[in-house]
Design a binder for this molecule. Structure first.
Ligand code: VG1
Ligand code: CO
Length: 579
């Protein structure tokens, strides 16, 4: 941490007035936010006025609330973050924002931004990340707006940002506001812009978040687990930040606070602006490196990886025993009482995104809790949390979180898992087996076909929609590898928010079979080029809980390919990623 007193002298008197100006611009056609913000190649954001336009549109969408407001700004530190933040500073100052709270060097994980918005009770925040998408000059950048509850902006706001972006003709900025090294150094700088005071506060990236985790979890118990005690050996973890933003939080929480070894218990904990050229997505394909390490070294009891911006997590047990995110959610739901936060606040309902396997539904039924099924994307959980109906939720895409913030939270998920392990004094695999014995097992896999030709992908989805429209699939039986599945229902998922009654339509094609098995098809809303098709496959077994998931799901996978004719439409014989 570097404190520098010259900051106080930067703008010593209000007499040094800076003038904002109005810059002329033209709209871009492609600024429609996807599942989680606007994500494009860095070079797209680098175009003249591209970033400026989008920031101005965010501000315009906020209307009068913006004047005199405070916003949090930060991100995963990927390439182009700094110039983007400097642009935000200048445009915010000209648009009558009164203060920006910015993570030092622009570093804040997505969950940390959410926590800060809530802690300081400010209007919202801007998150600079393309999350799990690769970074660096040839890869992706992203901008996302979060609202006052700390969560991603809901559809009505992102739609209005997009509407504005198609018409924008000018933006306001303060070109003479000196941003050089401004975000590098902790401290507060005050500027006078058009006679108003404009404040930039650079904060430590981890302090607030670490304090929040300390309030939620029992750090003494977790420390004893990780360090070992006279009675018990250390529980040997390996946490992989994949060169993303969680590195700073992992070092602070796990190494400094909980006593993990900086050499043996953590890896890739220095955030890099290109993530060291890896794909910072914690799954079996892109975090294979970690999987291999755990397979090679059976001294490790536990492994976890995080994505670029720190909201995703993958949980592994000894020998890389893989926990599906759907199972992870169910296990946590079943054991929340061992976490002080829930002991204190109680447990309201649970929720999952529609494609997420229904393991948590069984826990909810047993515990007598409400369960919600929402569209893909964390923004759909926020209203339920604000209304006190939802405590824990997750997505099959390696997202897990609770109502402590309004984003999914990778570090939180690992601390929650370690709390359960400490409480039960059992390993990951044992916990899963116990869970499956009690509840049965929802086998789940997802096939991703990344960057397909858009035309073929759209045709495939259109054809499936046609089947739904004419009701042709219902009642049909499909057989593969000796197993037969009969279609009970087929639809395109639509959701009515129980709190504000807003409607989200066309959220994924669902083919539901008589025995409860499901096939789901959707197009990704986070890619930056071509079309990524996701196929989600799920079945439930009450007794047969120890078969390999890929073996168990093989017949349904074949049926899924047959119904969709995916190979024919995309020319792909294999998925890019299987999780
Ligand atoms: C994907 C996941 C979705 C997740 C979203 C953002 O969206 O499927 O569950 O909420 O990424 O995650 P899509 O539209 O590509 O399927 V992250 O870590 O980018 O904030
Ligand atoms: Co993410």
């Amino acid at each position: 941490m570097i404190h520098n007193s010259y900051l106080d002298n930067r703008c010593p008197t209000m007499s040094n007035t800076l003038q904002s100006v109005i810059a002329q611009t033209l709209p871009f056609e492609d600024q429609k936010p996807g599942t989680s913000g606007l994500r494009k190649k860095v070079r797209v954001f680098m175009q003249k006025n591209y970033t400026e336009n989008f920031i101005q549109c965010i501000f315009d969408a906020l209307g009068d609330k913006l004047k005199g407001s405070t916003l949090v700004v930060g991100g995963d530190g990927r390439y182009f973050s700094k110039p983007a933040i400097n642009t935000i500073i200048r445009i915010a100052s000209a648009n009558e924002v009164s203060k920006l709270i910015i993570g030092q060097l622009g570093i804040l994980s997505t969950p940390a931004v959410s926590a800060l918005i809530r802690e300081h009770k400010v209007l919202g925040g801007i998150v600079l990340t393309a999350s799990h998408n690769p970074g660096g000059i040839r890869n992706d950048f992203g901008i996302k707006y979060n609202i006052e509850n700390g969560g991603p902006a809901p559809d009505n706001i992102t739609n209005s940002i997009y509407e504005l972006s198609t018409k924008i003709t000018q933006y306001k900025t303060t070109p003479t506001l000196e941003t050089d090294r401004l975000i590098d150094i902790l401290g507060t700088s005050k500027f006078n812009v058009d006679g108003r005071q404009f404040t930039v506060e650079i904060i430590d990236s981890t302090t607030n978040y670490v304090n929040l985790m300390k309030q939620i979890f029992d750090f003494n118990k977790l420390r004893a687990l990780i360090r070992g005690t006279d009675q018990r050996p250390a529980f040997n973890v390996l946490l992989d930040s994949m060169n993303g933003v969680t590195g700073v939080y992992v070092r602070n929480i796990f190494v400094e606070e909980l006593g993990a070894s900086p050499d043996n218990n953590v890896r890739r904990v220095v955030p890099l602006d290109n993530f060291g050229e890896i794909h910072p997505d914690p799954n079996l394909t892109y975090a294979k490196d970690l999987v291999d390490k755990l397979k090679e070294d059976s001294n490790y009891d536990f492994g976890a990886a995080f994505d670029g911006d720190g909201d995703r997590n993958m949980i592994l047990g000894k020998n890389a025993f893989f926990v599906t995110p759907s199972d992870s959610l169910a296990v946590l739901a079943n054991n929340l009482e061992c976490i002080p936060y829930f002991k204190k606040n109680g447990v309201n309902g649970f929720a999952r995104s529609m494609p997420t396997a229904a393991a948590v539904d069984r826990v909810a039924a047993k515990l007598g809790k409400e369960i919600f099924e929402v569209p893909t994307g964390w923004k759909y959980f926020g209203n339920l949390m604000d209304a006190g109906r939802l405590s824990l939720c997750g997505e099959e895409s390696f997202g897990t979180g609770s109502d402590h913030i309004r984003e999914k939270d990778g570090i939180w998920a690992v601390l929650a898992w370690l709390s359960v392990i400490e409480h039960k004094q059992m390993g990951v695999e044992e916990i899963l087996k116990e869970h499956w014995t009690l509840y049965g097992r929802n086998y789940f896999t997802r096939y991703d076909y990344e960057e397909c030709e858009t035309e073929g992908a759209n045709k495939m989805i259109n054809r499936l929609e046609g089947f739904i429209a004419d009701g042709g699939l219902v009642g049909k039986a499909y057989t593969a590898l000796g197993k037969t599945y009969k279609v009970a229902k087929a639809d395109n998922f639509s959701y009515v928010d129980p709190i504000d009654n807003s409607v989200a339509k066309n959220q994924g094609i669902r083919i539901l079979f008589e025995d409860g098995s499901r096939l789901i098809y959707r197009l990704s809303g986070t890619g930056s080029s071509g079309a990524t098709i996701r196929v989600y496959i799920e079945c439930y077994e009450k007794e047969d809980v120890l078969t390999d998931a890929q073996v168990m799901l093989k017949p349904l996978v074949e049926i899924g390919l047959e119904i969709s004719q995916l190979k024919e439409f995309t020319g792909r014989n294999q998925p890019t990623v299987i999780t």
